[in-house]
Ligand binder design. Structure first.
Ligand code: AMP
Length: 582
């Protein structure tokens, strides 16, 4: 009973708290910085910068350098080795997050995770973000008591040399008792048992997530995942395995493909022969045309679909909408393994225009203006504070938080769309680093995405789609050229793919690329078509190394050192086209 009371929270109180924090974002930021520096000022790291006890933004700005992950790596390594648990934070760091975000890795580090500190404060701000966006979401789309079909997966966990628990950030969150409590409080406990979420084989976990969803089909209120890719992946898989799922339900037995004993034991408790449910699912699926509205039909009480749908998840929106039918897509919050930044407090905005209101008490945030005229001759403009950003401008974001990151470059570019009271609402634009560059050309992940979208339009007439894509720069011939890899849902004619290839080439409109192409300082763009299932193989490869499906983002550009993925791409390429656009 007591626990039940504890679990509950009042969404209106959460909203009121956020309204009050955001009304006074400037003051809250100064206080938050002061608190972070008070708690951690004695650490080896901060002592090194001569703050001498000062905790104001100006001194902080003057004394402490802007860093990226590699600058902090030696400190985090010592924490992981158990040598100096307090070199970054006053309280010892006891857990490490493994960051497998492939789009953040570069050069020779590809294939190895990076270490990021994780602590209770980070867990707390995670729950604060979850509750805040839930409160606003629930106002617009109230849900009753029910369950969530969550496609969440834990990665392998291990101990560092110094004995610290290490797993991906989402794994550290799912394993924390607070997580379950918060999910219960939001009336959306996961319909799968823990054995499924924490199972050692994600194919088996996915199978059982789907099966649990069907067993509880009338109770499912929300279908969600951390990143939207996992939802699309789940229902693409459903298309392949649904008959087996229906058989399991009809007979009350579990497919022999599921071999992990604890998963089998947990699922046995949920399964019993249910021919009626099997018939219902069968007839719902038979009534679909090309799987349109699948989620809505399978889970009739679902109010919305929820997950991160912005940034590198945008290419999956079309497919997600197709599966969703009429159900709204609600984009989840903005953060990273290093810490959270903003909550989606305008749930009615479509994912394409979703914004994130910064929570001013979970960290101290600075913004480097990215206007060209401010960044002349390779010099960077000075960062400005949270309440000094301007609507319409783009910035690179710096984070200082309770997990021992100080003026830390997250590597993300955001645009200020407006303000919620006095805290900015940010739109995620892209990763700051360039994906494709040979000489003076500059193309980001977003540029690649737009080019692929434009070219993929040409397939729409044939009812075909690009399942997934990636790219690389090929310097093996002179001049170098871009290679774009596509996995397509069907088999179009050569002429059509040649057109797509030309369209891709023309869609990179960056001035550097255009002029280099014209003078042949960059060679003709190459489109390579991949066999079906290639991107599943890439996912499997990273999961095998210890990455988490829950945090998976397809690498949009494969670096020269990433031999295994290059190998997968080259073995699975079936056709290739060179642009004749220039
Ligand atoms: P990870 O550390 O694996 O969780 O990856 C964090 C990165 O994912 C961030 O730095 C962003 O680049 C991206 N990301 C996280 N949340 C969002 C979001 N809501 N919209 C777009 N990109 C996001």
């Amino acid at each position: 009973m007591l626990e039940k009371m504890d679990d509950r929270f009042d969404p209106e109180a959460v909203i009121e708290e956020f309204e009050s924090l955001s009304r006074d974002a400037g003051r809250v930021q100064r206080e938050t910085l002061q608190k972070i520096l008070d708690e951690n000022g004695e650490t080896e790291y901060l002592q090194g910068w001569g703050l001498n006890g000062r905790t104001d933004p100006d001194s902080f700005n003057d004394c402490v350098p802007i860093v990226s992950h590699s600058d902090l790596e030696p400190y985090i390594q010592r924490i992981a080795d158990g040598n100096s648990p307090c070199c970054l934070t006053g309280k010892p760091i006891t857990t490490i997050s493994l960051r497998w975000s492939l789009h953040k890795l570069s050069g020779t580090t590809q294939g190895k995770p990076k270490f990021v500190p994780f602590n209770d404060e980070l867990m707390e701000s995670t729950m604060q973000i979850y509750k805040t966006s839930f409160a606003y979401r629930n106002r617009e789309y109230p849900i009753g008591n029910g369950k969530a079909l969550q496609f969440i997966y834990s990665s392998k966990q291990f101990k560092t040399k110094g004995g610290l628990a290490a797993g991906t950030a989402t794994t550290n969150v799912y394993r924390n008792a607070q997580f379950k409590k918060t999910m219960r409080a939001m009336q959306t406990p996961c319909c799968s048992p823990d054995e499924v979420i924490f199972g050692p084989d994600f194919h088996q976990s996915l199978y059982c997530h789907l099966l649990c969803g069907l067993i509880f089909r009338d109770e499912v209120q929300v279908v969600s995942s951390t990143f939207a890719h996992s939802i699309v992946h789940a229902f693409r898989t459903f298309e392949q395995i649904w008959e087996e799922l229906v058989t399991d339900i009809r007979e009350g037995t579990l497919s022999s493909c599921i071999t992990v004993p604890p998963i089998r034991a947990a699922m046995a408790k949920l399964l019993e022969p249910d021919p009626e449910l099997a018939d219902t699912v069968y007839s719902k699926i038979s009534g679909l045309s090309n799987w349109y509205g699948l989620i809505q039909e399978l889970f009739p009480s679902t109010k919305y679909i929820y997950g991160i749908m912005t940034g590198s998840m945008e290419p999956y929106l079309k497919k997600l909408r197709h599966y969703a039918g009429e159900l709204p897509l609600l984009s989840a919050d903005y953060g990273s393994s290093e810490g959270w930044i903003g909550a989606n407090v305008n749930p009615k905005l479509t994912p394409e225009v979703a914004t994130f209101a910064v929570l001013p008490n979970i960290g101290y945030f600075e913004f480097i203006p990215l206007r060209e005229d401010l960044n002349r001759q390779g010099q960077e403009a000075k960062p400005v504070g949270l309440t000094d950003v301007k609507t319409g401008e783009e910035y690179e974001i710096l984070v200082t938080n309770f997990a021992g990151l100080y003026r830390y470059r997250l590597g993300d570019v955001v645009k200020v769309k407006g303000f919620h009271n006095s805290t900015p609402e940010l739109q995620f634009i892209c990763r700051r680093n360039l994906l494709l560059t040979i000489n003076i050309d500059k193309n980001t992940e977003k540029d690649l995405q737009l080019a692929v979208e434009a070219a993929a339009q040409l397939l729409a007439g044939e009812k075909l789609e690009v399942v997934d894509f990636t790219s690389r720069v090929d310097l093996s011939m002179d001049p170098g050229h871009y290679v774009v890899f596509w996995e397509i849902s069907g088999d179009p004619q050569d002429e059509l793919l040649q057109e797509c290839c030309n369209c891709l080439d023309r869609s990179f409109v960056d001035a550097g690329y255009l002029s280099s192409r014209k003078v042949r300082a960059i060679g003709a763009l190459e489109l390579r078509i991949l066999r079906k299932g290639t991107f599943h193989k890439i996912l499997d490869h990273y999961v095998g190394l210890g990455a988490a499906v829950s945090q998976f983002k397809t690498p949009r550009c494969v670096g020269p050192a990433n031999n295994t993925v290059l190998q997968i791409l080259s073995v699975n390429a079936s056709r290739s086209y060179f642009s004749t656009a220039y």
